[in-house]
Design a protein around this ligand. Structure first.
Ligand SMILES: [Fe+2]
Length: 236
């Protein structure tokens, strides 16, 4: 019999932008990491309380307001360690109280649970995804049948192209994608399903990806996103 995972992941959809806030719960220690605390933090704290979790860590996928506006409220209740990519801290420029700054590939230990931080630039220079077992918390890098915009400050469609190509090539096909916003028909997906139906994973040429991301997509496709057939992303 396969051993049960040492953790569970709880998702809450909060706020006016359909953000997903995640709690990664390590069963053995009762510790929890909250990923992108924002909006109705009281709901996050209540869920942690119901399951007997102690929030010891705060993980940021990036520094945009809709992913971070609850940090202060979490810190009022718990003495939690803040984690983000070094590149994101530099981009953000915010004075942070002794954060742990990561590079791609770093491992964060939460009791018996190991969380691996992947550096996935494109939406912002220091965007991160967090890998926990077979699950990947993707922030605004990869959405279900979508990806984060690259036209805001610090966004870069070329970086996003390479980030998404690397993810599709390197991560196991069965990886469960758990995004930072609920913009699709489903709240999660597998990497295999995304390689098949996510238009942003269909391009094999960076210029065409960039044109699609920056000039075509938003005028032609609206959430909730569903699959797109290969070759039907945009006319030539
Ligand atoms: Fe964002």
């Amino acid at each position: 019999m396969p051993e049960a995972a040492p953790f569970s992941i709880h998702a809450l959809e909060l706020g006016p932008m359909e953000n997903f806030v995640y709690l990664v719960h390590d069963h053995s220690s009762g510790r929890a990491a909250v990923v992108d605390p924002a909006w109705e933090v009281s709901e996050v704290l209540a869920l942690a309380g119901q399951h007997g979790m102690r929030i010891t860590d705060i993980l940021l996928t990036h520094s945009h307001h809709d992913h971070i506006n609850g940090i202060g409220e979490v810190l009022q209740r718990y003495d939690a360690q803040l984690h983000l990519m070094k590149a994101e801290a530099q981009f953000w420029g915010q004075q942070l109280d002794l954060p742990t700054l990561h590079h791609g590939g770093d491992e964060i230990r939460l009791g018996e649970t190991v969380i691996r931080a992947l550096h996935t630039p494109g939406h912002t220079p220091g965007s991160a995804c967090y890998q926990v077992g077979e699950q990947l918390l993707t922030g605004d890098t990869l959405f279900v049948f979508g990806c984060g915009r690259c036209d805001l400050r610090g966004g870069d469609p070329e970086q996003m192209y390479h980030t998404l190509q690397d993810m599709a090539r390197r991560l196991p096909a069965g990886t469960v994608i758990r995004p930072g916003h609920n913009y699709a028909e489903h709240d999660s997906s597998t990497l295999a399903e995304q390689v098949e139906g996510n238009p942003f994973l269909h391009f094999d040429e960076v210029d065409r990806f960039t044109r699609y991301r920056m000039h075509y997509h938003d005028g032609h496709r609206h959430s909730p996103y569903g699959p797109v057939r290969r070759g039907e992303e945009m006319p030539d």
